[in-house]
Design a protein around this ligand. Structure first.
Ligand code: SAM
Length: 327
């Protein structure tokens, strides 16, 4: 069996460990993984199961999370490298704020990265799951310190059965959230056709409508208004300072019913708790253009929501602000 398929199944075990949220992720993973599964994965990756323990795999998974972004592998794209001599994960001059991985862990990280990349073209579904795991699972929990269930809870609290999602990504939240009973009307809005197609396919059971739109510009589409609008992890990707990007809220105003709710989340750099690894990764992401949030502050977000809405709420978890507002 292709290592990516096996990895995919193991990652589901890992995901379950992650979702259980009972303290240390890797400890739960070690408890959940079956010995036979472990052997199969290690052999598929080309290692001797007697030499690569569940601890090594757990550590490798965790560290490999630092090497991924947006489904692409940073390791190959921006020159992360694992130095054979020191065993340190490096980005240019910067040593990554991680425990130094052991020699076997390094080899496993490399092999997982290669297996995922090899499989990327062929195995779109597993890779989609891998993307969710790295970005929404690992990064949110270990780097941004905002486990994904916080964002999902906000989604479940505010989503209606007449909903517009903006900046759809892989469609994770729409797939996982609970809409209640009755007819569900979902619209997807994104600048990127691939994201639109991927998310639409994932939630095809709801028969979503797609809008390819740049939300930084005035939006002119023919649709009825929505009772809820979500914007998750969109603002930190948009160019400009936060006040400039929040113009998106003005641009979508006419799409929200008077009694509707708008909600979402964004990664900030000031006014929030930013771990050392979050700072390091944000610097890289900002440099690479994946994020543009180096001046995004909680203060600016609060000011904009105060000015624009009759009532709003913001909570922070790590460096993520989760918000909701009504007109
Ligand atoms: C990081 S993803 C967030 C995905 C998803 N909401 C989540 O939380 O997992 C950001 C999404 O915003 C979209 N996006 C970026 N800039 C945009 C723009 N100017 N207008 C519309 N969509 C945009 C991207 O294509 C991508 O799908």
């Amino acid at each position: 069996m292709h290592p990516v398929n096996i990895l995919h199944r193991k990652l589901i075990v890992a995901w379950k460990s992650y979702n259980s949220d009972s303290g240390e992720w890797s400890a739960t993973y070690k408890k959940n993984i079956e010995l036979a599964d472990h052997k199969e994965l290690v052999e598929a990756l080309g290692f001797d199961p007697d030499k690569v323990t569940a601890e090594v795999i757990a550590e490798a998974y965790e560290i490999t999370g630092y090497l991924f972004d947006d489904g692409a592998i940073i390791f190959y794209n921006v020159g992360f490298r694992i130095k054979a001599d020191g065993g340190r994960i490096q980005n240019g001059r910067q040593r990554h704020a991680l425990n130094e991985p052991g020699h076997k862990t390094k080899e496993v990280i490399l092999e997982i990265s290669r297996a995922v990349e090899r499989g990327q073209a062929i195995y779109s579904k597993p890779i989609l799951t891998v993307y969710d795991l790295w970005v929404l699972g690992f990064s949110n929990k270990f780097i941004w310190k905002c486990p994904t269930y916080n964002i999902l809870n906000n989604f479940n609290e505010h989503v209606s059965s007449n909903h517009l999602d903006i900046g759809v990504g892989t469609g994770y939240f729409l797939d996982k959230c609970q809409f209640g009973t009755g007819n569900v009307n979902i619209a997807l809005m994104d600048l990127n056709q691939n994201s639109l197609d991927e998310a639409a396919k994932r939630i095809e059971r709801y028969n979503p409508v797609k809008y390819k739109v740049n939300v930084l510009e005035k939006i002119n589409i023919d649709t009825d208004r929505f009772d809820s609008i979500s914007l998750n992890y969109l603002f930190h990707c948009l160019p400009g300072n936060l006040t400039e990007k929040l113009i998106v809220l003005d641009n979508v105003d006419h799409l929200l019913n008077e009694s509707g709710v708008i909600f979402g989340s964004t990664i900030l750099t000031s006014g929030v708790n930013t771990s050392r690894s979050a700072k390091a990764l944000m610097r890289i992401y900002n440099k690479k253009g994946i994020f543009d949030n180096s001046t995004d502050s909680l203060d600016d977000l609060k000011k904009y929501l105060t000015k624009k809405y009759s009532s709003f709420s913001i909570t922070t978890h790590g460096c993520v602000a989760i918000f909701s507002a009504i007109k």
